[in-house]
Design a protein around this ligand. Structure first.
Ligand code: NDP
Length: 326
């Protein structure tokens, strides 16, 4: 049977931002509820080695780090719920702030709260072609960690030119015989050190100034067989024979469940006030990749998660103080 319960503070999302907000609000005695979302642990659970999170001199595996964060949040009394919020009511009919924020979960359960911390992160972007959609899971993927193993001794491609694309290409050389890195320009966006690692790896061959025209193959007949490529400078069309293609072209913030109740920028990132995690609705705070189109690191997500928790705590204190004066 569906339940409805009210809480002081609810945290949405279980990446570094969410768990950090949970650790701080729990230690402040606010008895937070954290709703994990579709991908418990967030994006770090589909990454490999995390070398730049302080405190781990030898690096740490993403899927190892996230359960530790959860454990730490639970140690101080956070209640972690495996469910996803499908819809929200944050405003009243006039568009103003609702008396309490209402969250409708996939399970049918409904949660309400006085303060909401949004840490719903971002999801991998796709190129958006029909052939890509058709061949997802049949050679086309957005997760090298999840699917790389299936391409042992095969020739495959990674699409993109950022850190994620280069990291995936490097990781995939553990399995594939060759990895083409297909980029729409002739210069990578990835960090210099990543570019150097890539250059030093003989299995990786860059394909510059090229975009995907089509993913070739049939999901019922062996899956992906190749890529139709277009050189953006010459207009030349060519075919690259590969059995795997990993799309690594960035992310889209997960803000659909808020409709137009919260202010976002043109790409859908939640807008927060300067030097703050406060959104346009009093009592609603946003931390991590859902509000960060610039840094998007685990450590910056954790940092903003901490800010959101402190701001939420202060907000609740002020609200209680006001109520006591009335
Ligand atoms: P980025 O936004 O940094 O890069 C996206 C890449 O995809 C760009 O090269 C872009 O091309 C290309 N691209 C975007 N749209 C298209 C399209 N429609 N067709 C073809 N190519 C396209 O995203 P990442 O996911 O790589 O990185 C996100 C953040 O996470 C960054 O801050 C990054 O530093 C960080 N990160 C850090 C890692 C680490 O430190 N180990 C690992 C992974 C990510 P163009 O360059 O032309 O715009």
């Amino acid at each position: 049977m569906a339940n409805e319960s009210h809480h002081k503070v609810i945290i949405l999302g279980s990446g570094p931002a969410g768990y950090t907000a949970a650790i701080y609000t729990a230690r402040a005695g606010l008895e937070p509820i954290l709703i994990q979302g579709m991908q418990p642990g967030g994006q770090l659970t589909i990454t490999t080695e995390v070398d730049n999170f302080p405190g781990f001199p030898e690096g740490v595996q993403g899927p190892e780090l996230m359960p530790k964060m959860q454990e730490q949040a639970e140690r101080f009394g956070t209640k972690v719920i495996f469910d996803s919020v499908m819809n929200t009511e944050l405003t009243d009919e006039s568009g103003g702030r609702a008396e309490k924020f209402k969250l409708f979960c996939d399970s049918g359960d409904v949660y309400t709260c006085d303060s909401l911390i949004i840490c719903t992160g971002a999801s991998a972007r796709w190129l958006g072609m029909d052939s890509e959609e058709k061949l997802k899971g049949f050679g086309v993927s957005a997760c090298a960690t999840c699917d790389g193993f299936f391409f042992k001794d095969q020739e495959i491609a990674v699409i993109g030119g950022g850190d994620a694309a280069v990291e995936e290409a490097l990781f995939l050389t553990n399995f594939a015989s060759k990895v083409y890195l297909i980029h729409r320009r002739d210069e990578l966006r990835a960090e210099k050190i990543m570019q150097e690692h890539m250059k030093a790896n003989e299995k990786i061959e860059p394909v510059w100034d090229s975009v995907i025209e089509d993913f070739l193959g049939d999901p019922n007949a062996g899956g992906l067989k190749g890529l139709s490529l277009k050189n953006v400078k010459t207009g030349e069309i060519s075919t690259l024979d590969v059995t795997g293609a990993f799309v690594a072209i960035g992310h889209t913030p997960n803000t659909e469940i808020f409709g137009n109740q919260l202010q976002t920028d043109e790409s859908g990132y939640l807008i927060t006030k300067a030097d703050s995690t406060a959104t346009n609705l009093e009592g609603v705070f946003a931390a991590g990749d859902v509000q960060d189109r610039i840094y998007r690191q685990a450590i910056t997500a954790a940092g903003t998660g901490c800010m959101a928790a402190l701001e939420s705590e202060r907000y609740l204190q002020l609200k209680e103080g006001e109520a006591a004066r009335i």
